[in-house]
Design a protein around this ligand. Sequence first.
Ligand SMILES: [Zn+2]
Length: 540
Amino acid sequence: MSYDIVIKNGRIIDGTGNPAYTSDIEIKHGKIEKIGYNLKDDAATSIDAKGCIICPGFIDIHSHTDYVLPLLSKVESTIQQGITTQTIGMCGDGLAPLHPEKIEPIRDILTAQSSLYKEYEFKWNSFSEYLANMEDIRCPANSAFFVGYGNIRIAGGQGFENRPATQEEMETMKRYLREAMQAGAFGMSTGLIYPPQVYSSTNELIELCKIVAEYGGLYFSHLRGEDENLLTAIKEFIEIVEKSNCIGGQIAHFKVSGKKNWGNSIKALKLVEEANLKGLNITFDQYPYKRGMSNLPTALPPWVLEGGREKSLERIKDTAIQKKIIADIEKGIKGWENWIKNNGFDKLYISTAQTEKWKEIRGKSISQITKIKGLDNDWQTFFQLLIDENFDVMITIESMSDEDIERIMTSPFQMIGTDGAGVPANPMIGVVHPRLFGTYPRIFALYVRERQLLGWEEAIRKMTSFPARKIGLRDRGLIYEGNWADVVVFDPKRIRDKATYNNPIQFPEGIMYVIVNGVIVVDHGKQKRKYPGKILRRAS
Ligand SMILES: [Zn+2]
C-alpha cells in the first residue's frame, strides 16, 4: 500500500472559493499527497465519497475550548461538526500567563465555566509552560492560541482596580505579552465588557498592541459594545489596530444587539469597509444564531464588579446598593452595554446553575423563573440567583435580528466562528448554547441550502482558507497537495444541525468523515479514540 487513505468519487470544494470539481485524494503521513482524477485504489483505507463534498476541515477562528482542554479533551461538540482546528484564548480570558500569587481571580473566572476549576492545580505560570502542558493533552483537533489581555492585566498590571496602569505595571504587562508572543501566540485578544478588561483605556490597549505588532500578531477583540455603543466600539477597535500597526484585526462574534439598534449593521459594515480601504486588514467572525451567550454578572453595572468577586457579592447583598443598581440599569450608564434594559428579563435565559435550588430552572428566562418560583419581581430573581449561585451563572440572551445576521453573513469580511467550546454530549454541562454543537452544519442547512444566501464554495471558504489566511496558517485550510490532511466529507443533501435552545446537546447529521492530520477521527457520526491534534504556534 502506497498511501494511508484514498478518498474517491467525491466533489472537491478546495476552500479557495473556486467551483467544485471531481477528483480523488491520496493521503500519506498526515499530508495531502496527491490530488487527481481516477487515482489507483492503493491505500490502507478507501473512502467512497459518492454524492459527497470533500472540503478542508473547518477552522473555528473563535473557540473557548481552552477552558475545557485541561479537564476533558475529546472536544466532541467541536470535532463532530467538522472543526479540525480551534483558535482559542478568546475574549481576553485564557489560562495563561498566571502570576503564582494572583491565581485566585483567574480561578474565579474559570469556575464560572466549570466548578472543577475550584480545586484545579495549575502546573504552569508562563505562556510557554502553558503550551508545553497542552502538548501533553490528547486532543483530536488542532489548537492555535491567543493570549488574553485579561490574563496579562491580572498577572502583571492593575488587575481589577479601575485605574490606568503605572509605568512599572505597563512594563510588566509588556514583558508577559512578549513572552507569550515568543512562545507562539497568534496575537492578543480582549473582551472589553468583562471586568477587569472593561476598565481599560484605549491608549493602554494601543501600547500593548504595539508589542503584538512587533511579532506580526493580530489584535482580536470582543468589542466594548455590541448594542447602542457598537459604532463607537468599532471605531475604537480600528484606532487600536491602526495606531499600534498590527498586521490586522479581528472583531469577535460580530453582531448588532438590542432591538432599537437593529439595522445598524449597515453603518457598522461601512466602518469595516472603510478601514479595509485604508489597508488595515479588518475582518470578523460570526455565529448563525439570534441569541448570544455570556455570564449573568456582566449584566451588573461595572462599578458593582470592581475589586473582584468577593467585594461584588457583598455589594449586591445590600438592599440599599440593590436599589442603586436597579436605578442605574433603568436609567442606563453612558458607554456601558446594558443587557437588562436593552433586551428585557424575558429575553435573558439561564443556561447553567449549579445549586439544587436553581437547577430545574435551566433553559428558562428570568421572567419565567419569577413566575415558577412565585417571587415578587424579576429583580428579586436576578439578585437571588447571583447570590445563591455565587455569581456562576451562564445565560443566553435573545438580542439579534435575522436581517442584521444575514447582512453580516454575506459581507466579504465575514468568516464563521462558533464562540463555543468542545464539550461532551453530557446533560451535566447544562443548557448550553446550540452553537457549541451546530454552528457549521447550520450554515449549510439554513443559509446555503434553505435561504440560498451563500453558495457552497463561498460558505466553505469562510470556514477554511479565510480564517487560515487570517491567523497565518500556511499549510491548512485548503485541499492542496502538501497541505496537512485536515478533511471533511459530508453529504450536501443531508447535512444539518440538530441542536436547539431547549435541547442543545445534539450532534449534527450528514457528516460522513472528519480527518485530522491524516487520521480519521469521526466515521459516520461515530467519534473514534484518536487524538492526532497538534498545538500550533505562530510561524516567526
Ligand atoms: Zn466574547
